[in-house]
Design a protein around this ligand. Structure first.
Ligand SMILES: [Zn+2]
Length: 265
């Protein structure tokens, strides 16, 4: 199984830019085959990523119908392995550098600003206007600081979505990543499939659908890529009885990523 480190090479190839320095390995073949078929130019001018924390494959497998708006908007499903340890800053560093933890340096739950090259740097070098929209004090709002990109740090998930909708409408950016953490928050307080956790999951799906609808409208004259992204899964800690992640087990390590490709109309 390929790893989440293949996401940066894939986004780079999709957007026609050189990948970040530490990224290695080819882009995901399913996505690139579709891009060659769908886009006249073979590449996407615009890209919107919705990153929802801790939505592992087991959640998709056991609550498949909940994901119908994800699979409808982003039908190319790619099964990937997370990186070890499957902790949020470790995983997002690997996703956005294209490198294993030993290469990018975040090897446990710690949140330094990454000194190494990232997809955000690569996109900026490629002339793309980039926005990170994330919840205050989350890993996504901290470890990628200091790039030549725009940061929109919001108090909660809802404001992240509202901001992303406004950014889409303004046409100001070529690449937007909107990060939400509602499911992860609730899962840690309860268990991965508690009623509250599943409600948080449904909220993520609803918000992804909203962003997808908005994106399709405002970028209708552009070749555009949409992605549902996640970083790792979760399991029940036998000691605390609550949701957690960080072990080398399928529940934590196996994820699905979803891509949708929209040619200009
Ligand atoms: Zn996480």
């Amino acid at each position: 199984m390929r790893s989440i480190t293949s996401i940066s090479p894939t986004i780079s190839a999709l957007m026609g830019i050189e990948p970040p320095a530490l990224a290695h390995g080819p882009p995901l073949s399913d996505v690139m085959r579709a891009a060659r078929r769908v886009f006249a130019s073979k590449t996407a001018e615009k890209c919107l990523i919705y990153a929802a924390d801790a939505i592992g494959s087991s959640l998709f497998n056991r609550h498949n119908s909940t994901f119908s708006q994800v699979t409808r908007n982003a039908p190319i499903r790619v099964q990937l392995s997370s990186v070890f340890p499957p902790k949020t800053p470790v995983c997002f560093a690997s996703i956005f550098t294209g490198a294993q933890p030993k290469a990018h340096g975040i090897r446990k739950y710690e949140r330094p600003v990454l000194a190494c090259d990232t997809l955000f740097d690569a996109l900026a070098r490629g002339g793309k206007k980039v926005a990170i929209v994330a919840v205050e004090d989350c890993s996504m709002s901290i470890i990628f600081r200091g790039r030549k990109i725009d940061y929109f740090i919001e108090p909660h998930d809802d404001e992240v979505i509202e901001r992303a909708v406004r950014l889409l409408a303004s046409g100001s950016h070529d690449f937007i990543v909107a990060y939400n953490q509602g499911y992860d928050d609730v899962m840690h307080k309860t268990v991965p499939e508690s009623p509250l956790s599943l409600r948080a999951l449904r909220n993520h799906v609803r918000d992804f659908n909203r962003l997808a609808i908005e994106m399709k409208e405002v970028w209708s004259d552009k070749d555009a890529a949409l992605m549902w992204m996640t970083d790792h899964g979760a399991h029940i800690d036998p000691v605390t009885g609550k949701g957690t992640h960080g072990e080398r087990i399928p529940e934590d390590m196996e994820v699905n990523e979803f891509f949708g490709l929209y040619p200009r109309t």
